[in-house]
Every structure is written in C-alpha cells, then in structure tokens.
Design a protein around this ligand. Structure first.
Ligand SMILES: CC(C)(COP(=O)(O)OP(=O)(O)OC[C@H]1O[C@@H](n2cnc3c(N)ncnc32)[C@H](O)[C@@H]1OP(=O)(O)O)[C@@H](O)C(=O)NCCC(=O)NCCS
Length: 178
C-alpha cells in the first residue's frame, strides 16, 4: 500500500484531506468556473450539491487508499483554493490538479506538485509519478516542468475534455521517475 501522509506543508501551502464543509468554498472559488474547468474531464458544477457529491467520493477513495485528493489552502488559511489528487496505479502515481483562477501565476501548483511527488517517490514501491494534460493547456505543462517533470510524448485521441469537445483530444504525457 502506497503511503502518503494525511497532510503536507510546503513553504506557502497546506495540503490536507477534504472535509464536507469545504464544499461551499470549492464550489464558489473554482468548481463552477468555466475558465478553470476548460481542460478538466468534468463540467462546471451546477450547484453546491454536485460539489458535495464529489467530496463524498473523495472521502470514500481516501478510505480505500485508491486515490487521495488533497485540498490546497494557503498556510494559515482554511478556505480551499484548489486540489491536487494522487491516483494509485501499482508502481506509479497519476496526478491531477486544479487551482482557483485568482491564484494562478504565483507558482502555487508547481510547489504543491513538487512536494507531493517527492513524498510519493519515497515509497519503495513507487518509481514514477505521471500527469497528462491537453496539448493546448500550456499553464499545466509549465507547472509540471517547474515541478521537475519531463515531457515523454504526445498521445493522440487520449482524453475527452467535455468542455471543449465530445471527441477525445491529444495529450502530452509528463513524468518524474526515480
Ligand atoms: C494549471 C494550473 C494548475 C497551474 O497552476 P499555477 O499555480 O498557476 O502555476 P504557475 O504559477 O507555475 O503558472 C504556470 C503557467 O500558467 C500561466 N499563467 C500564469 N499566470 C496566469 C494567469 N493569470 N492566467 C492564465 N495563465 C497564467 C503561465 O503560462 C505560467 O507559466 P510561466 O510561469 O512559464 O509563465 C492552473 O493554471 C489551473 O488550475 N488551470 C485550470 C485547471 C487545469 O487546467 N488543471 C490541469 C489539468 S491537466
């Protein structure tokens, strides 16, 4: 079983397990925002009830250990500003992430990804942390590069991003290995 801590602290951020009370802030700050959701595999949440259902699914997954979705807050704050999820896939961990638009451009996500990746790669059975992103999602590519990930290739027709098209689109695969 991959061991990831329940919480992580970086220079500026706190990553922790979500609680149901986070739903309102997550909904308001980014989950309903079409700009934020453009390259996500989900559509903007229509109501806070959708966010609550999502948090319930995260909590169930934390309990089994199959994936761990960390809420991101600024140090000393309690309001979520984004999430970083680790999905356990044997000897590798696949990550996904999202940040409220008002916090873009401050290097927060590279900082969070770098921290979680370092901890994941300390597990003896984990050799690889990977992420895929749309070939047009330059901010995500830059965040991964700043977190020490290398681009490994382009995968055609890899992911459906429903806010853009119903047809699967090309993605880049990034990874950091040990
Ligand atoms: C991808 C994302 C998490 C990056 O997080 P971040 O903390 O803003 O990352 P950084 O501050 O390192 O900025 C990364 C890049 O975003 C772009 N960027 C910076 N400020 C920006 C802004 N205000 N608006 C739009 N893009 C911006 C730049 O290309 C920057 O790269 P650079 O530093 O080389 O100029 C964030 O843009 C986001 O949440 N996007 C929507 C969700 C998403 O696409 N998730 C990834 C799915 S694979």
């Amino acid at each position: 079983m991959v061991r990831l801590p329940e919480a992580l602290v970086t220079a500026r951020l706190h990553l922790r397990c979500p609680v149901m009370d986070d739903a309102g802030a997550i909904f308001r700050s980014y989950a309903q925002d079409p700009q934020v959701c453009r390259f996500m595999v989900w559509v903007p949440h229509a109501s806070v009830a959708v966010t609550q259902d999502f948090i319930a699914s995260c909590l169930a997954a934390w309990a089994t250990g199959s994936r761990k979705a960390f809420v991101i807050t600024e140090l000393g704050e309690s309001e979520p500003i984004g999430m970083l999820e680790a999905r356990m896939q044997g000897s590798m961990v696949d990550i996904g992430y999202v940040l409220a638009a008002q916090h873009w451009g401050r290097g927060f996500m590279p900082e969070a990804i770098q921290s979680l990746t370092a901890v994941a790669l300390q597990n003896p059975e984990i050799f690889r942390v990977q992420a895929s992103c749309d070939t047009e999602n330059t901010p995500s590519q830059r965040a991964l590069e700043k977190a020490g990930f290398g681009r490994e290739g382009r995968m055609e027709r890899y992911t459906v991003h429903p806010n853009i098209s119903a047809a699967p689109r090309a993605s880049f695969m990034y990874a950091r290995c040990r």
